[in-house]
Design a protein around this ligand. Structure first.
Ligand SMILES: C[S@@+](CC[C@H](N)C(=O)[O-])C[C@H]1O[C@@H](n2cnc3c(N)ncnc32)[C@H](O)[C@@H]1O
Length: 272
């Protein structure tokens, strides 16, 4: 690619912007210089670089193109067609690590795991944790397998149906980032998510709480006696969940607020 300048216009030396950076900037990439650098380093040749730039300018998420995403200290495998872990979910990972660290050889489950960022973070931080991860999407679980240590167990299926009976009543820390965008808000998502991540990874019904409801109702039989359930959601959804009469009778609930002012981790602890 060459810079496009109006006929006869002479750009002073040193002020000619990298044409790839310009193309990315025009496509709306805020960190165009960084992205250009990353894509150049990732490409094995000119043809691949051209392909990557074309796809990025057309809106494919950078992480899908690079094949990885940073999540705290971890570099997680991701790829086209799967949900890319968000930085806001470091909060639920942190809470899961905290809860698991307080127990000996805790059994930890990331439900709705995608590429398993929370389970991977716990496995990396908590010695002796027995880590499980479950999701409906087989392609996401391919990445989860790469991200998790060999000892971690991965379960494929719908919700809790994916889990082996042997886990029932034994999960000390159950953490999840279920799809929680209300159906009507799908159109407001960034095009990168809307066009390149599976819809079933994003939306959760009329109020976004379909999967949250399932988790809260069904978690009882999977949690151990002092097990804790951690679910990422947004602030307004937490207020709705916490104020429903008789909805969560056997849990003490509180919210761990995220720094973005939008995200919370709802923390459910079993009442003794
Ligand atoms: C918002 S993504 C979160 C993934 C991962 N926890 C993360 O933070 O990157 C939600 C995940 O739920 C999975 N999912 C959606 N419906 C499901 C269901 N009925 N049973 C199991 N997993 C489901 C999707 O495949 C997706 O990977």
């Amino acid at each position: 690619m060459t810079p496009h300048l109006p006929d006869g216009h002479v750009q002073p030396a040193g002020l000619i912007e990298d044409p790839l950076v310009s193309a990315l900037r025009r496509a709306g990439c805020v960190f165009a210089e960084d992205e250009a650098e990353l894509l150049r380093r990732h490409a094995s040749g000119a043809d691949q670089l051209d392909d990557l730039f074309t796809r990025r300018v057309a809106g494919e998420p950078l992480e899908h193109l690079l094949g990885h995403v940073r999540f705290g200290d971890l570099r997680l495998s991701v790829g086209p067609g799967v949900f890319v872990p968000r930085q806001r979910s470091l909060l639920v990972a942190h809470e899961a690590i905290k809860a698991a660290s307080q127990r000996t050889e805790p059994v930890v489950l990331e439900a709705f795991c995608g590429v398993a960022p929370i389970a991977s973070a716990v496995a990396a931080a908590v010695d002796g944790a027995q880590v499980h991860a479950a999701d409906i999407a087989a392609d996401a679980l391919v990445h989860a397998r790469r991200n998790l240590p060999d000892a971690a167990q991965i379960h494929h299926g719908i919700g809790f149906d994916a889990l082996p009976e042997s886990l029932r009543g034994r999960v000390d820390v159950l953490a999840a980032v279920p799809p929680y965008v209300p159906d009507h808000a799908f159109g407001l998502l960034a095009p990168e998510a809307r066009d390149h991540e599976p819809r079933r990874a994003l939306t959760g019904g009329v109020d976004g709480l379909d999967h949250v409801d399932t988790l809260i109702v069904d978690a009882h039989t999977w949690l151990s006696g002092d097990g804790v359930l951690l679910i990422e959601m947004n602030v307004a959804q937490f207020d709705a969940v916490a104020s429903r009469d008789g909805y969560v009778p056997s849990f003490d609930i509180d919210a761990v607020p995220g720094e973005d002012g939008q995200t919370v981790v709802a923390r459910f602890r079993r009442r003794p």
